[in-house]
Design a protein around this ligand. Structure first.
Ligand SMILES: NC(=O)C1=CN([C@@H]2O[C@H](COP(=O)(O)OP(=O)(O)OC[C@H]3O[C@@H](n4cnc5c(N)ncnc54)[C@H](OP(=O)(O)O)[C@@H]3O)[C@@H](O)[C@H]2O)C=CC1
Ligand SMILES: Nc1nc(=O)c2c([nH]1)NC[C@@H]1CN(c3ccc(C(=O)N[C@@H](CCC(=O)O)C(=O)O)cc3)C=[N+]21
Length: 291
């Protein structure tokens, strides 16, 4: 049984990205820039945004943070996005989710120029993903597939089950696995006999938001388990971060499994940096970057 080291994989990817950034700087004198927009003071979001900023700078890119008050209006956020769209220096725009309830995240996200949409969440990029056209691919699904491929050199013909069908994770992940020629099943809250469905999976992905929901007996012997869930729980008087998979029982049957923390999470940030360099190179006409 292999515990997939997402943290180590992400660090290697970040080194490659830093190399691509150095190449762009030395050949074109351009420093790719990522703008992150945070609305309100949600403590978890603040930590994520700070970590993204640090990772961006470590990769040699410029990090631009825009913090708006929790009572900022939808129009305030939209005008900021429009300003960032028009700013020649900005290559990537990320609006941290969730937004406060009075703001429509759908409207705000769709104001982002698709060529700067490093989260891959605009209608344009979602459409390109489905059509198999070049676009920007959502980070968490991209990182999940990279980790699955790190332990199985060919996903072709394998049964993949994705539990969860959100726009951010489940749906794009299913599309990426389909593009790898997996036979994909999308499961969700109305799926009947979820345990039986999961037991058919060679690649089992959980993106639900329910701590330890996927039990060991749901896992096919030898399966690759990708746990996307990030759940903060109180246990034994401590705050812990755990996944959607019951790691201890699942690892007894899995062939390979991602831990939480240290699995998919670090890959999300690495893929965000990857999308930023790719967006910079495309938008500025620098040719393809290999990362
Ligand atoms: N590692 C990372 O970088 C990231 C991790 N996450 C984590 O991934 C998890 C999922 O996030 P996200 O996709 O945004 O969550 P959402 O809440 O948007 O979606 C959850 C999905 O799970 C399904 N679901 C809920 N309950 C059940 C159930 N009992 N049985 C089967 N399916 C169920 C829902 O089904 P239905 O559609 O029918 O309601 C829905 O499709 C969370 O833990 C989140 O924190 C998220 C983003 C990045
Ligand atoms: N527009 C937008 N895009 C996102 O991609 C996005 C978002 N909004 N809102 C919130 C979710 C969540 N998310 C995570 C990123 C990194 C870790 C991560 O690095 N996790 C570490 C642990 C970090 C810790 O200790 O808290 C790990 O799993 O090892 C987790 C979760 C991105 N999201």
């Amino acid at each position: 049984m292999t515990i997939i080291d997402g943290k180590a994989f992400a660090l290697k990817l970040r080194e490659k990205i830093a190399g691509a950034v150095r190449d762009i700087k030395s050949s074109c004198n351009i420093q790719p820039a990522l703008a992150v927009v945070l609305v309100g003071e949600d403590p978890a979001s603040q930590v994520y945004v700070r970590n993204k900023g640090i990772a961006t700078e470590k990769a040699g890119m410029r990090s631009i943070e825009h913090k708006l008050a929790a009572d900022a209006s939808e129009d305030d956020v939209v005008s900021l996005v429009k300003k960032l769209n028009a700013d020649e220096e900005v290559d990537g725009i990320l609006v941290q989710l969730p937004l406060p309830d009075h703001i429509s995240s759908e409207r705000v996200i769709n104001e982002i120029h698709p060529d700067k949409d490093v989260d891959g969440l605009t209608e344009a990029n979602a459409g390109r993903l489905i059509l198999g056209k070049t676009g920007l691919v959502p980070c968490t699904p991209q990182g999940s597939v990279m980790l699955a491929k790190s332990v199985r050199d060919n996903l072709s013909g394998l049964n993949a089950v994705v539990v969860g069908r959100s726009i951010l994770v489940g749906k794009p992940l299913a599309m990426l696995l389909l593009a790898e020629n997996c036979t994909v099943t999308m499961a969700h809250s109305r799926t009947k006999n979820l345990d039986e469905v999961c037991r058919e999976a060679d690649i089992l992905c959980a993106a639900v938001g329910r701590p330890r929901m996927v039990e060991g007996r749901w896992v096919k012997e030898g399966a690759t388990v990708i746990d996307v869930g990030i759940n903060r729980i109180e246990e034994d008087g401590k705050t812990r971060l755990i996944g959607d998979v019951d790691f201890d029982s699942a690892k007894e049957r899995a062939g390979a499994i991602t831990p939480v923390p240290g699995g998919v999470g670090p890959m999300t940030i690495a893929c965000l940096l990857r999308n930023t360099v790719i967006a910079a190179a495309r938008r500025r006409g620098l040719g393809a970057v290999e990362v």
